[in-house]
Design a protein around this ligand. Sequence first.
Ligand SMILES: [Zn+2]
Length: 131
Amino acid sequence: MTSRKGFIGSLITGCCPKCRTGKVFTHPFYNFGKFSSVHLHCPACGIKFETEPGFFWGAMYFSYALNVAVAIVTIFTLMVFFNDPEYWVYVTVIVPLILILNIPMVRFSRLLFMYVAAPYRKYNPNSIVNR
Ligand SMILES: [Zn+2]
C-alpha cells in the first residue's frame, strides 16, 4: 500500500485528486498516441474521473493559461537577459517551446482541472449512479 501524497506531490505525479494514490493516466507521457488517455475510474478508490461527457474540454482554459504564462516568461527572459532581440527571435523561441511543451501541458492542465473544478469532494464512491 502506498501512502497518501500531498497536494503538489500527487498533482505532479498524476495521481487521483481524491485518494492521491491511483494513477489518472493510462499511458506514460512518451506514448504519443495515448498520452492524454485517462482511466475511466480510479484504480485505487474507484471514483469516475470524467464526471460528465466532455468534462475535460474545460481543461483547455488551463492549457491556454499555462501556454500564455510560458510565452510571457519567455518574452521577459529574452528581453532582460538577451538584450531585447529581433522579433523573429521571439517567434522562433516561443513557438517551438510551446510545441515541445504541448504534451506535458495537456496532461498537467487536465490534472489541474480535475483538482480545481471536479466535484470529487461530494462524490460518493458507494453510489451505483456514479460508477
Ligand atoms: Zn482515487
